[in-house]
Design a protein around this ligand. Structure first.
Ligand SMILES: [Zn+2]
Length: 245
């Protein structure tokens, strides 16, 4: 009897331990890899990446300025975006997802940042704290999600989209960045860029990743695509020195 009670007690303890572990496991397993060190502003953070503190510029977003050296550029919406990021990243570990070149011209990492497994870049756009920023090319992996997130924020007049002055400003900017985008969507010949792994101008001996800055300069009518690298090479083209496909 005594033995049995002791046994039950121990079984109970072990089960309690197991249940606790199982409940916590998802959090332990899914914590991001890189510790957030500080927030520069809404679209730039510092994380510990492979033992070094590194600046990460978030892909496909551009929040209003809050710490620009030219103080005239800093606006209250910039502060709102920056505070939003601070709250979201406080004490967090994040994951980074790269697309195309891992670093920009200032040496910063360019990435999608996942916090609690949520794509924070998309979250900023969905909250109306940034437009879908296409100045340096479309998102290869989340284009549809970014468009939907921005549509949502605009429909609900969130943050930027609730301020007529900022809305005007960003719509004007978007029409400039849009060159790439509107060319792509207005020409049936280029609609499928997204399915192409590599692209080229039919008049050129070089092939690119679809995100390459040079692709924007190719006339939509001249744009051709390849579904594999081998196919691009077979066409007699060499890889671009800039996007290194
Ligand atoms: Zn290129």
């Amino acid at each position: 009897m005594v033995f049995k009670r002791e046994f039950m007690k121990r079984t109970y303890k072990i089960s309690l331990f197991l249940i606790t572990f199982l409940l916590l496991a998802p959090f332990l397993l899914y914590a991001g890899q890189h510790k957030v060190i500080r927030i520069v502003d809404g679209d730039t953070i510092v994380v510990n990446y492979k033992g070094k503190n590194e600046k990460v510029r978030l892909l496909c977003v551009n929040t209003p300025e809050s710490v620009h050296p030219d103080k005239k550029q800093n606006i209250p919406m910039g502060k709102i975006a920056s505070n939003y990021a601070k709250k979201r990243f406080k004490g967090k570990y994040v994951d980074l997802e790269f697309e195309g070149p891992k670093r920009g011209k200032y040496g910063r990492l360019l990435a999608y940042v996942f916090v609690d497994e949520i794509n924070f870049n998309l979250e900023l756009v969905e909250q109306g704290l940034s437009p879908y920023y296409t100045k340096y090319g479309l998102s290869q992996q989340y284009g549809k999600e970014f468009r939907e997130a921005e549509q949502y924020a605009r429909n609900h007049k969130l943050n930027i989209w609730g301020d007529p002055g900022l809305t005007q400003k960003y719509l004007r900017l978007k029409s400039k960045w849009g060159q790439y985008r509107s060319n792509v969507s207005s020409s049936p010949a280029t609609v499928q860029t997204k399915e192409w792994q590599y692209v080229a101008s039919k008049n050129s001996k070089v092939f690119h990743r679809p995100s390459c800055k040079w692709v924007k300069k190719i006339k939509p009518g001249n744009l051709i695509g390849f579904s594999s690298r081998a196919e691009a090479v077979k066409s007699g083209r060499r890889p671009c020195k800039s996007c290194k496909p």
